[in-house]
Design a protein around this ligand. Sequence first.
Ligand code: DX5
Ligand code: ZN
Length: 217
Amino acid sequence: MIQLAPSILSADFSNLLEDIKQVERAGAHLLHIDVMDGHFVPNISIGPLIVESLEGKTTIPFDVHLMIENADQYVEKFSTSNTKFITVHAEACVHLNRTIQVIKSLGHKVGVSLNPSTPIDCLDYVWNEIDMVLIMSVNPGFGGQSFIPDMFTKISDVKRVIDSRGLNIDIEVDGGIKLDNVREVINAGANVIVAGSAIFGAKDVYENTNRFLEAMK
Ligand code: DX5
Ligand code: ZN
């Protein structure tokens, strides 16, 4: 199933719940929450307090994207009754298999994210353990960057591996997705679309979400 995951990184934080209500009302499937630690990525964003404060305030399941080091230490803090996916970066996890097990033990679906230059074979021994691959199509840290065109090939490569192994793993793509390239991203093999600035960056969040959902059909 093709799903839209608006990223609240570009939302109006002085009015966060109101922005979230707009994407909820329009029918977005997941709420993408970008957590940055200022170490793994050169920015600091949302922490557990914000995520806890949103628990139960929306019906949209949370898609938590952890761009942090020492993920094992923090995943539990992002485990709310809204949390569906917790995604960690392969580059930031020294014991990736262990981190995956920690997320599973909390009852969440597991995503593993790859930076643009990270080869997909780093997932070779965890394919059977994960529910989603998050392909970064920008270098993580900031919203509003341009999609890196080489990532189209990467999306198709990931899709080929998943299909050849007969697995049921979502392919999420994050960064630089706009109305004019979302179709191409889906055609390459993605089924979970993250969009931040394209949804929250300009005035009518409800309309922007609707337009995306329409373009994704
Ligand atoms: C980047 C984040 C993204 C970001 C996407 O580090 O992981 O989720 O919010 O923003 P846009 O859609 O503006 O590229
Ligand atoms: Zn993200």
